[in-house]
Design a protein around this ligand. Structure first.
Ligand SMILES: [Zn+2]
Length: 101
């Protein structure tokens, strides 16, 4: 009897552990103002931004390409400076929402 009640209350509670596809659904495309590179962006907190680069966007971004050819690893590069501005603006405009993990 209490089972149904508990389930009803749980609905408004914290969301369930996120599955990979659920996490994926939080990503939103953001385009770099300067180089036009299109990346997938998810914000898990105001400080934590996850950026997914595709091979095409890596090639499109001059700054990213320069840093990679200077020896940096792509996994350690968040974004180029202009893309960071574009992401910040996308967040301000609400096209990228902040989803805590
Ligand atoms: Zn760029």
């Amino acid at each position: 009897m209490t089972d149904g009640q508990r389930r009803g209350n749980g609905f408004a509670g914290p969301h369930l552990a996120s599955r990979p596809d659920e996490r994926q659904a939080r990503f939103r495309p953001v385009e770099c103002d300067r180089c036009g590179a299109m990346v997938q962006v998810a914000k898990f907190s105001p400080q934590h931004t996850s950026v997914q680069w595709s091979p095409a966007s890596v090639r499109a971004c001059a700054e990213f390409t320069a840093r990679v050819s200077a020896g940096e690893q792509t996994a350690l590069i968040d974004s180029c400076a202009s893309l960071r501005d574009s992401i910040d603006r996308a967040v301000l405009q609400g096209s990228v929402e902040v989803f805590p993990p």
